[in-house]
Design a protein around this ligand. Structure first.
Ligand code: CP
Ligand code: NVA
Length: 312
């Protein structure tokens, strides 16, 4: 039985295949308990501090509701309001908050900030999105795929769009760990981070699956069981919106592209989405889309993380 107590949750590459599958099983259990209306106060009296340096709808609400359902409490800490935003150091913030709360979640820009927070905090730190990774989202994505496809290993995932963003990196790591092939189609200049790619390929060699990076969406989508995309302009990149709109022409997930996938493909998007840009309304609001199951699963997946990291 894998041990999670006291660990941080910063990126999926920190966890073994068995640990990820264990987390997913725990998430299924959490979902069952909640759907049956059975109380599950595993974190009674525990408090999660949630630092946000970027906007959020899903992450904030699902963590907050999750803590409440687990019998605990969550505190929303906008960097605009806490002293961190006025220049108090991450290390002092980590040390002080660790004296009050039982766990910390942070959404921020630089991935190094999360590493630094974790280094100085004496309580578990959960990454709620950085410019580089979005691991809690991908755990929910894997749960959604498992529910709809009945398995993970042996499937083919295809990601179309910005390869150099948090979602792509976490999807690459997650897919390789659970034995899914992944093909990524991005325009030149928007390919995934080199280090993360190399590490993911190594994991793929162990789990027997392939990672393909191409500039051709048609090649990437062929035979896919799961199609994923994300916004072309991520939070913090707003100045590049015009440039990106041009660069990503031809990288839209639309009905024509989806015809090349398996007939029973499912479509995922972490949301928020821009209909008419990275995906058409036909696809995201169509019968193959599971984006709202995916959004719901943030709650169940994160409750699994919270329980395993924070419970006695
Ligand atoms: N998918 C996701 O992380 O959404 P929010 O930005 O609303 O938290
Ligand atoms: N890549 C997006 C994900 C939002 C949940 C962003 O970072 O803005």
């Amino acid at each position: 039985k894998p041990k999670f107590k006291g660990k941080d949750f910063i990126q999926l590459s920190d966890f073994s295949t068995d640990e990820i599958l264990y987390l997913l099983n725990e998430a299924i259990e959490m979902k069952k308990l909640q759907k049956q209306g059975k109380p599950h106060p595993y974190l009674s009296g525990k408090v999660l501090g949630m630092i946000f340096e970027k906007s959020s709808t899903r992450t904030r609400v699902s963590f907050e509701v999750g803590m409440l359902q687990l019998g605990g409490h969550a505190i929303f800490l906008s960097s605009k309001d806490i002293q961190l935003g006025r220049g108090e150091s991450i290390s002092d913030t980590a040390k002080v908050l660790s004296r009050y709360v039982d766990g910390l979640m942070i959404r921020t820009f630089s991935h190094d900030s999360v590493e630094e927070l974790a280094e100085h905090a004496t309580v578990p730190v959960i990454n709620g999105l950085t410019d580089l990774q979005h691991p809690t989202q991908v755990l929910a994505d894997l749960l959604t795929i498992l529910e709809h496809k009945g398995k993970l290993s042996g499937l083919k995932m295809c990601y179309i769009g910005d390869g150099n963003n948090n979602m792509t990196h976490s999807l690459m790591e997650g897919a390789m760990k659970v034995g899914m092939d992944i093909s990524i189609a991005s325009p030149p200049g928007y390919l995934p981070n080199g280090n993360i790619t190399e590490k993911a390929i190594k994991v793929g060699k162990q789990t027997g699956c392939a990672l393909l990076i191409t500039n051709d969406p048609l090649e990437a989508v062929k035979g896919a069981d799961v199609i994923v995309t994300d916004v072309w302009t991520s939070m913090g990149q707003e100045d590049e919106t015009e440039k990106r709109l041009k660069a990503f022409q031809g990288f839209q997930v639309n009905d024509e592209l989806c015809k090349l996938a398996k007939e029973d493909f499912i479509f995922l998007h972490c949301l928020p989405a821009h209909r008419g840009e990275e995906v058409t309304a036909e696809v995201i609001d169509g019968s193959h889309s599971v984006v709202f199951d995916e959004a719901e699963n943030r709650l169940h997946a994160q409750k699994a993380i919270l329980k395993l990291l924070l419970a006695k």
